[in-house]
Design a protein around this ligand. Structure first.
Ligand code: TRP
Length: 329
């Protein structure tokens, strides 16, 4: 069985773009692969060292992932900072990571610009920590978005370098996995491209029904088609794309016809879209609230996930120490 590792940022709540994009694929992947999903709280310290907020962020992300369908019976779901072996492998990998290559990483250069007052060593070695997350389980595959491709490329390089330096064939080079055509791209409702946190156009799994209605009613439209069967501008196409994701085929067909014969009323379209989004989001939101308030369940999940992940991590660390010549008296 293939081993898959994926880290989840511990800042930022889940929106429909995350849910219908990568998350639904994670949920499917649990059935056929040996999955390790973790919340990357160490990584968040490179830019967001906030003791008052950290644990709450981890809790809400964990609750959201569980509510959306990550299953602790099927996958190891855990918190990065519960893994001392990851910290150790990070230290060891740093001995073979060159300052020059770390400085040339695109994300580092960007963060240097954005956080000029806090260019810390953790930021520089972000890619070695990510490599440690992945290599500790000797992963075969890592689902990655565009922004993480270079980091994964560096993980592959570190794995190769380790194998060459020590004359072993120990770490597999993990392959990037982007879900191909299974990856649903969710558009924003502000007329621009995709839904995203940084775009500020997200509909979140934790949003109330009222929030959702408000956001959908504000979606950018135009004055409507004036000729039958005219082509849709991007703004309207985006609304239809979302409708296709959350509504029934009949509903989509109904509004497509109204568009084609110019009788469409965008107000009706948006009302329908809002209700269908609510039908998807509301049950998940209810589960989020229930899980978030269930300390016993959360701690059970986190402990069990850490136990599972540590089992594989301990084995790797013992073997890596052996390969590197670290021996106990
Ligand atoms: N850097 C990733 C992000 O910002 C999160 C992450 C940390 C990760 N460690 C990982 C992703 C290991 C995949 C594998 O999204």
């Amino acid at each position: 069985m293939e081993t898959v590792v994926s880290g989840i940022r511990s800042t930022g709540n889940l929106h429909l773009g995350n849910y219908f994009g990568a998350l639904r694929n994670f949920i499917k992947m649990q059935e056929s692969a040996n999955c390790y999903f973790f919340i990357a709280d160490y990584h968040s310290l490179t830019t967001h060292p906030d003791p008052a907020a950290l644990h709450g962020n981890v809790r809400s992300i964990l609750a959201e992932y569980l509510a959306a369908g990550l299953d602790p019976e099927k996958s190891a779901i855990f918190i990065q900072s519960d893994m001392p072996q990851v910290a150790e492998l990070y230290l060891l990998l740093n001995m073979h990571a060159y300052i020059g290559e770390l400085e040339r990483t695109a994300s580092f250069k960007e963060k240097m610009r954005k956080h000029a007052d806090n260019v810390n060593a953790g930021l520089l070695t972000y890619p070695t920590l990510m490599a440690a997350d992945i290599l500790i389980h000797r992963a075969d595959k890592v689902p990655v978005g565009k922004d993480q491709e270079q980091h994964l490329e560096m993980t592959r390089k570190f794995a190769r370098r380790f194998n060459t330096k020590y004359g072993v064939n120990y770490f597999p080079e993990p392959e990037p996995y982007n879900f191909g055509s299974d990856l649903v791209k969710v558009p924003g409702l502000d007329g621009s491209g995709k839904m995203g946190k940084s775009e500020g156009n997200g509909i979140y799994l934790a949003d109330s029904d009222t929030d959702i209605r408000k956001k959908v009613m504000r979606a950018v439209t135009d004055s409507g088609p004036t000729e039958p069967n005219s082509e849709m501008p991007e703004t309207i196409r985006n609304i239809f794309t979302l409708l296709e994701i959350v509504s029934s085929p009949d509903t989509v067909a109904y509004f497509r016809e109204r568009y084609a014969d110019c009788s469409i009323r965008y107000g009706d379209l948006k009302k329908q879209l809002a209700e269908d989004i609510i039908a998807t989001v509301a049950p998940i939101r209810e589960r989020i609230v229930a899980i978030q308030n269930d300390d016993v369940y959360l701690s059970q999940v986190a402990r069990r996930g850490a136990e599972r992940a540590q089992e594989s991590a301990r084995k790797t660390i013992a073997e890596v120490r052996e390969i590197m010549g670290i021996k106990r008296f």
